[in-house]
Design a protein around this ligand. Structure first.
Ligand SMILES: [Zn+2]
Ligand SMILES: [Zn+2]
Length: 104
């Protein structure tokens, strides 16, 4: 959970309360990649997106939250250092989608 000093710049987080930032993680297993190259991917986005692109074969994956290749979608809330802006830790995780059976 939250630490009391920033692990990046060492600022005291009780004196400089950190902010929060939300990001989204999409667990993807692209069915259009060649079988030998196919693997589980986690794509990070700063906001919920309508479509993703496979970074390996460039196939469009849409809708991002309804496509069968998208195994999980997580809303991550990060604690962000007020001094250096780095993400210090995860405050909360909310599962928006989880089809199960995946390896992500
Ligand atoms: Zn692909
Ligand atoms: Zn910091």
């Amino acid at each position: 959970m939250a630490s009391t000093i920033c692990q990046y710049c060492g600022v005291d987080l009780e004196e400089r309360p950190p902010g929060q930032e939300v990001g989204y993680l999409y667990g993807v297993e692209c069915s259009r990649c060649p079988p030998g190259a196919r693997r589980s991917l986690v794509l990070a986005r700063n906001e919920r997106v309508a479509a993703l692109e496979c970074p390996l074969c460039r196939a469009a994956i849409a809708p991002a939250e309804g496509h069968p290749d998208v195994l999980s979608v997580k809303e991550m809330t990060y604690e962000v250092c007020a001094a250096c802006g780095e993400r210090n830790g995860v405050v909360a995780v909310r599962k928006l989608r989880d089809v199960g059976g995946g390896t992500v």
